[in-house]
Write a protein that binds this ligand. Structure first.
Ligand SMILES: Cc1cc2nc3c(=O)[nH]c(=O)nc-3n(C[C@H](O)[C@H](O)[C@H](O)COP(=O)(O)OP(=O)(O)OC[C@H]3O[C@@H](n4cnc5c(N)ncnc54)[C@H](O)[C@@H]3O)c2cc1C
Length: 342
């Protein structure tokens, strides 16, 4: 009897989860392994601001209970970091020196928050918000009624900032070119949108460049962001929300083409025949525009994961999207964005 194909998925986010479920539907016998750095099984990360509305039990966030993975015969390997993929030997190396072989690999490793180059030395002084654990850390470290300083303010950050305002905190937003990412806005629109945020109670710093972050635990407002004109913004925590950068480092020896993300065909196959990619990590070829493009947002990402899984199982589907990319101000003067539609 021929051995069953071993499908390995790197990443257990929206793309990886959708792919695993679809692979199992397409083939009830194949081996499926998901490898993830996360400690929790899949949850929708757009729910994380809810920790400020009292949702502190991680079980409430999960999309499906942990037993579901066993029921689907999916081997979910958590807290495991991939450090290398050898595309010619079809071998994955984990940080703890274990090798895992695959027949077909799907890379759904997403992205992490981009930090402007001049601020990378200050990363240790800032709070993240990309996981349940990071969200709870922020919740614990931000005193009730305290002030969060937000650098950038992409749509993920603005969502959190509005939740903070609604729940009794203050937000100081230092606008940067990444504000409102992934939307692209004109200078005029940007002013209107920033005015709407000010009307909601946010303090907005415009046309300023953050150049440094410091922390003095002895002071009441312990954190300080220094701006290019030497003025200072003070608060209790500092966060950066400046869009995403794809997590491609472990793929550098995988024999696949990479620009900013993993480059894939419209069928989501990389330049290596046994490797596919989906979600925030990949750039998809757009034939009319003759360019590789990112398609962010949970709906696109989930669609990509499922489509890649069907193609790994023998289909030849092409990625297409009708997800809108629109930001504006509604009749009540509130910011509205298609990025937040879930
Ligand atoms: C707080 C927050 C709010 C958001 N709000 C919205 C929203 O309102 N609307 C919207 O459309 N989108 C939102 N997003 C973005 C959305 O969550 C992402 O687009 C989506 O999660 C991307 O899915 P993905 O599967 O491509 O990658 P991710 O969800 O980023 O998952 C990546 C996976 O890869 C794993 N991984 C990475 N590197 C390695 C490695 N070396 N080894 C092993 N595993 C690895 C990670 O552990 C993780 O499991 C939000 C994101 C956050 C963090």
């Amino acid at each position: 009897m021929a051995a069953q194909l071993h499908h390995v998925i790197i990443g257990s986010g929206s793309a990886g989860f959708g792919a695993a479920m679809t692979l199992r539907q397409a083939d009830e016998k194949c081996r499926i392994t998901m490898i993830t750095m996360d400690s929790l099984p899949f949850y929708n990360r757009y729910d994380l601001p809810q920790v400020f509305r009292g949702r502190h039990d991680w079980r409430e966030l999960l999309d499906v209970p942990p037993a579901h993975y066993d029921d689907m015969d999916i081997n979910l390997r958590r807290r495991s970091r991939v450090v290398d993929v050898d595309g010619s030997k079809q071998l994955i190396t984990l940080a703890h020196q274990e090798d895992v072989s695959y027949d077909r690999l799907l890379v759904c490793a997403g992205g992490r928050g981009y930090l402007p180059e001049n601020l990378t030395g200050f990363a240790g002084l800032m709070h993240g918000f990309g996981s349940f654990e990071a969200a709870m850390r922020l919740y614990r470290d931000l005193p009730k009624g305290g002030t969060a300083i937000m650098i950038g303010g992409d749509m993920i950050g603005i969502d959190l900032a509005l939740t903070l305002l609604d729940t009794g905190y203050n937000v100081s937003l230092i606008a940067t070119p990444q504000t409102f990412w992934p939307h692209e806005v004109t200078a005029q629109e940007r002013d209107r949108l920033l005015n709407a945020l000010e009307a909601r109670g946010m303090t907005v710093f415009r046309n300023q460049r953050p150049v440094g972050v410091s922390r003095d635990a002895a002071k009441k407002s312990a954190c300080c962001v220094t701006l290019a004109d030497a003025s200072e913004v003070t608060g209790d925590v500092v966060m950066s929300f400046c869009g995403l950068t794809s997590s491609v480092e472990f793929m550098l020896k995988a024999d696949v083409d990479i620009e900013r993300g993993l480059l894939v065909t419209p069928q989501l196959r990389t330049s290596n025949d046994t490797i596919w990619a989906a979600g925030d990590i990949c750039q998809i070829w757009h034939d009319q525009e003759k360019a590789y493009k990112f398609y962010h947002g949970w709906e696109n990402v989930r669609h990509m994961g499922e489509l890649a899984a069907r193609n790994m199982s023998g289909a030849h589907e092409i990625f297409d999207t009708d997800v809108e990319n629109r930001i504006g101000i509604d009749a009540n003067g509130q910011l509205s964005s298609t990025f937040w539609t879930h």
